[in-house]
Design a protein around this ligand. Sequence first.
Ligand SMILES: Cc1ncc(COP(=O)(O)O)c(C=O)c1O
Length: 382
Amino acid sequence: MKKMTDYDKYIPVAKPIIYEKVREYVCKAIDEKALSGTFGNYIDKFEQKFSEFVKSDFAISTTNGTNALHTALVALNIGKGDEVLVQSLTNMATAFAVSYTGAKVIPVDSYLKTGNINPKLIENLISKKTKAIIVVHLFGHPVDMDMIVSVAKKHNLLIIEDCAEAHGAKYKGKNLGTIGDIGCYSFYANKILSTGEGGMVVTNNENLAMRCRSIKNLQYGTENRFNHSGIGFNYRMSNITAAIGCAQLENIDYVIKRKRYIANMYNILLKGIKNLILPVEENYAFNVYWVYHIICKDNLTGKRNALMEKLNYYKIQTRESFWPINRQDAYKNQFIGKDFNCPVANFIGENGFYIPSGPDISDKEINRTVKAIKLSIQDVIT
Ligand SMILES: Cc1ncc(COP(=O)(O)O)c(C=O)c1O
């Protein structure tokens, strides 16, 4: 194996940028002794600013993206006896949120180019119990929403958009989260907008927004506060987290610009490599390239793990793609039969991985990553 240099530093897949303003806003919240929402005003500010950012009428903060999805599903009255179609290639939080409600998860296969749900497969999976579709704007690339909306209308299905990986992405110029009935964001440390942990539900439907607000806050009674109107959850964001969110949101355009710059550089430098599928930007899409995700093909098929090992040797951190819902041990034996097979998601799950693409990666580090990929491919296929 050829060596690069022993002096090279390890390049991580991502590190969040934390802006100076974060310190200022957090200190202000601490000085005001406003740790929780009701004692301060950062929650209101963050929700307001975030709804302006995604152009939604309402935004409701939660403790994380998983809880945002759970809150949305409960608000839509999804529960035991219902089936929900879910893009198979996703972080399992998407499917688990459905399982928390008692509804059944039905996995749907992907397009190879984007990893996103293939809307043409939906109708075949609809049963009398189907109530909703969850689409996931994977790795920063929006789902082809027109087809989803039309099939949902035809069969009277609700649409939940999982936007955890796609802050700022656009479908035909439209922001994500309100093309369907409701959208959910995550602010986990590696996300485009990071507060460490955190989440947001967005919608244009006032009734739904009010339900979400109540559900994520224990469903306190309206007349007698302590006579709760239903079983609620404590998914309240803290005022400190919202203070971080307000500061980070002021700089989100810069992060998105950086993500697109990094993707463009990788696209140019990796272009000639025939046995890799690189990310795309479909003509309907504004891709924010949350991570730069690539797929091994041809004579690299089945060699993804070996390639990742070599890259690790060259001090380049990588992460494998998601493992599809239909193959999860957590749902063992639930998806038997050809209808539930997701060959494209399986292929991506086995052959996909992502490379360092955090907003603060330097040009030099991108060049070093590309050089390491080229050397690693040679090592793996010879
Ligand atoms: C597509 C998707 N949905 C949901 C989540 C869950 O978000 P959180 O980690 O904030 O609970 C994540 C990852 O974090 C994700 O990538």
